[in-house]
Design a protein. Structure first.
Lengths: 307, 294
């Protein structure tokens, strides 16, 4: 087990190395002079442009720049935002809690809706309830999150006045964004739970449990569901990434502070250090979450680490 | 990520090539029929947009601003007095085009990469897979966002960004199909009788790749339209006054209270389009590639 974990963690190193390389090269892939683009909104003198170039160390050899970029990132220095003149890590720190709350709350909504929906659909396969649940799930997969968010604002904020439409902070502000993001993720989880459950229900050990005369619900919950959820776990990691990325849109819909809005604001303001730093941070978090999911997967299913 | 690759490779192993009988089986799928009918209608609407609605989707008329749906404006008018119906109709053209181009970019770049990496293996495959792993480390729309930020916002760059960000998915899918196809006995026998790589690839390997590729591209069309609309919604894609669905939604956001119709109809249009592609894609998968089912 320990060997598996060590192997998995070591495998992450080259990926993270590649991620830093990709994020670093963003500045060099920009068509034209990045400094001029960044300063396009301001009236600048050639000296200011030269100073900016020196500040970003763009006057050094590329390899040295990359070394500095990785070295600084490892020390927790992701550069300075051009717009706010604050360290990017500080900007991330200010917005991290809000995005983490949203992502976790959405995950809770997704699991709470998706697993029961998929379970019920599998148990009453081909009944109207199955067709209806999967219809809802298909609708969820096809629904743009930004439209669902607007519909929820329209109904629950503007009409019923139950929840605030925009902003962040307390629990009430969290409900609508979390439901928006979670409902869409739940559709994927429901579809996966259903097919995984159907597969497990056809297995010999489930038939044996039934033949032993165990109660239907006991077979379903103790024998089938436990195993059916293992593949769902993998999607969990992928879905968490989607949720992280989804916060970009949902945060904009609800004008909620967070990493997603930080990135979008950075792109619109051509604040490259801010975009690079935040993208690097989110990608790293995503990679690490996937390692955790993989390890959990191996704990839950011995075939993975032995196979 | 490692586990998902394994799952994918297992999923696409030994899939039947599309052939005779496929259309017949597809015609028996209710989802396919509904999806195809909706898509057909959308294509007709997109092509015939100027004929079906003579109102200019861009010309403003402040006098007619914020009219609710009624006999004069079927789907109402927006804050500039433009006909929402005409804008949604013309938006069909934009979204279908954007989706098609993005998926074409993804498939045309991703498939050859996966084909070559999977068939030749070795160090080439190693490098390709490492690069793909790195690109897949940017979750969901984040890679497209990063690409847009490099290319600067705009509708053309959104197509490129959405397309490029899906390249790793196609490369990995095709590679996995090739890996399993390569193991087939008939590939071995072809090699034994002296067939060259080009012949083996085109005659024996490619047909095995086509089925999962068609399924993924159909489902990918919906995803691409959704992503492109999302980027436009964020203000990074199409610029006003273009009648693009995502952009229309974000403009209607400020008028939610007094004019719900501005954002509702483009939203509905996106959902129906993506739903149709998902229905068709699901049905295609059931017919062509049952093992891909999740």
């Amino acid at each position: 087990m320990l060997i598996y974990i060590a192997r998995r963690v070591l495998a992450v190193a080259p990926v993270l190395f590649g991620v830093t390389l990709a994020v670093f090269s963003m500045l060099f892939l920009v068509p034209g002079d990045p400094v001029k683009i960044m300063l396009a909104e301001f009236v600048t003198t050639p000296e200011q442009i030269a100073r900016m170039r020196a500040q970003l160390h763009l006057d050094e050899p590329v390899l040295q720049q990359y070394g500095r970029f990785v070295g600084n990132a490892l020390r927790g220095d992701l550069g300075t935002s051009i717009r706010s003149r604050r360290p990017v890590t500080q900007e991330i720190g200010d917005n991290l809690a809000s995005t983490a709350q949203l992502a976790l709350a959405s995950m809770a909504v997704a699991v709470a809706l998706g697993i029961p929906l998929g379970l019920i659909a599998a148990l009453v396969r081909n009944s109207w309830l199955d067709v209806a649940s999967m219809g809802v799930a298909l609708l969820g997969v096809s629904m743009p999150s930004f439209w669902l968010g607007l519909l929820l604002i329209f109904t629950f904020s503007l009409h019923l006045g139950w929840f605030p439409a925009t902003g962040g902070g307390d629990f009430l502000h969290l409900v609508l964004p979390a439901v928006t993001l979670g409902a869409i993720a739940s559709a994927i989880i429901a579809r996966l739970t259903r097919s995984s459950m159907l597969e497990v229900l056809g297995q010999d050990y489930v038939r044996t449990a039934r033949a032993k005369g165990l109660a239907g619900w006991s077979v379903v919950l103790r024998h089938a569901l436990k195993n059916a959820l293992i593949p769902v776990l993998t999607i969990f990691g992928l879905q968490f990434g989607n949720l992280l990325a989804g916060t970009v849109i949902v945060e904009t819909v609800f004008s909620r502070p967070g990493l997603g809005r930080l990135i979008v604001g950075g792109i619109l303001a051509k604040d490259f250090p801010l975009v690079q730093g935040t993208v690097l941070f989110v990608a790293t978090v995503y990679v690490l979450i996937n390692v955790i999911v993989d390890v959990t997967y191996a704990v839950a299913d011995p075939r993975i680490r032995l196979g | 990520m490692a586990t998902s690759t394994i799952a994918l490779e297992r999923a696409v192993s030994s899939t039947p090539a599309p052939g005779r009988g496929t259309m017949g089986r597809l015609a028996r799928q209710r989802g396919a029929i509904v999806g195809l009918m909706v898509l057909g209608t959308l294509v007709v609407l997109a092509v015939g947009a100027p004929l079906l609605n003579s109102r200019d989707p861009i010309k403003t008329s402040v006098r007619d601003a914020l009219q609710p749906p009624g006999p004069r404006f079927v789907l109402g008018s927006d804050q500039f007095g433009r006909d929402v119906a005409s804008r949604v109709l013309h938006g069909t053209r934009i979204s279908l085009t954007v989706g098609l181009i993005a998926v074409s970019i993804a498939a045309l770049l991703g498939a050859p990469i996966g084909l070559v990496a999977g068939y030749y293996g070795g160090w080439l495959d190693g490098i390709v897979m490492r690069v793909i792993d790195v690109l897949l480390a940017f979750p969901g729309i984040l890679l497209a966002l990063a690409i847009v930020s490099v290319l600067t916002p705009g509708l053309t760059n959104v197509m490129i960004a959405v397309g490029l960000s899906a390249v790793p998915t196609y490369a990995r899918l095709v590679r996995a199909s090739v890996l399993s196809a390569r193991e087939n006995l008939y590939v071995e026998s072809a090699r034994a009788i002296g067939a060259g790589d080009a012949l083996i690839l085109s005659r024996h390997v490619l047909p095995n790749v086509v089925a999962p590729l068609i399924v993924t591209a159909t489902l990918g069309l919906g995803t691409a339209i959704l992503s492109a609309a999302a980027l436009s919604f964020l203000g990074l894609g199409s610029q006003p006054p273009l009648p693009e669905w995502g952009r229309m939604l974000s403009e209607g956001r400020d008028y939610l209270r007094e004019a719900w119709w501005i954002s509702t109809f483009p939203g509905l249009a996106i959902m129906v389009t993506v739903l149709a592609m998902n229905l068709l894609g699901d049905a295609l998968r059931d017919v062509l590639d049952p093992r891909l089912k999740t």
